[in-house]
Design a protein around this ligand. Structure first.
Ligand code: ADE
Length: 237
């Protein structure tokens, strides 16, 4: 199995560790599909205070991440593996993340992500490397750690062998290969488990019928209806 290596540069490795050591991200690592390497760039900051940020030239509120500790850390981390990493900078100024981007990234052998904090990065960090700048949506978070986790989670569940059933990531909302071999982008159909009746609400008869053709048809109809109602933009409408 090809192993995808993540190198994540952060000032808060514990935030990442907490999530990557649970559930699917953890299973992905246990199964040998991924490796997570966390690097705190404060370790490469100079002086007694090991400052990683400083006041902005020209004035204004907030602090800016200094270039030296980040450049130094990237230069240490890149040679740690053979493959040259796909470099991801987490920023609200980046291209907006979605399932297609997750799929694109899932095909890389190695991904390096830089999580920012404070007001932003010194612009020379942008200039110094070839970044794929990614935003997870039009809102501002306190740093790149949550975006890095969102992106990592959505990638690792796409890797072969990570989910028990290879079809299940495809069938999720936003997966591409839905039913009938349709290349669609639909929200998921409703799911039910036992009991057959709960507080007066019943499982639709068709799902209890055992008729696989009818069930597939019903699910596709439901997925279309749901998408039309909630996210008509996904249908190109
Ligand atoms: N850093 C702060 N907000 C962000 C966002 N929405 N996406 C990516 N990185 C960020």
């Amino acid at each position: 199995m090809n192993k995808l290596r993540f190198d994540i540069l952060t000032l808060f490795p514990a935030m990442l560790k907490a999530v990557l050591s649970e559930s699917i991200p953890r299973i992905a690592e246990e199964k040998g599909a991924v490796e997570y390497h966390l690097h705190n760039f404060r370790d490469n900051a100079e002086g007694v205070h090991q400052a990683v940020d400083d006041r902005p030239y020209g004035g204004g509120a907030g602090m800016v991440l200094k270039p030296e500790p980040i450049f130094k850390t990237i230069r240490q981390v890149v040679p740690l593996a053979e493959a040259s990493p796909h470099m991801v900078l987490l920023t609200p100024q980046g291209r907006v993340f979605n399932q297609a981007v997750a799929q694109e990234l899932a095909s890389k052998p190695r991904i390096l992500m830089l999580c920012g904090r404070y007001e932003g990065f010194d612009e020379r960090i942008r200039q110094g490397f070839e970044w794929d700048e990614i935003s997870i949506g039009d809102y501002v978070l306190s740093g790149g750690e949550l975006p890095a986790l969102v992106i990592t989670d959505s990638i690792v569940r796409l890797l072969p062998g990570v989910l028990g059933d290879d079809a299940s990531s495809e069938e999720d909302s936003f997966g591409t290969g839905l039913h009938d071999g349709q290349a669609a982008r639909l929200l998921e159909y409703p799911h039910y488990t036992r009991p057959v009746e709960f507080e007066g609400m019943r499982v639709p008869e068709v799902l209890q019928s055992g008729h696989h053709g009818e069930i597939a048809k019903w699910r596709l109809e439901q997925a279309r209806k749901r998408t039309e109602e909630r996210r008509p933009d996904l249908l190109g409408g």
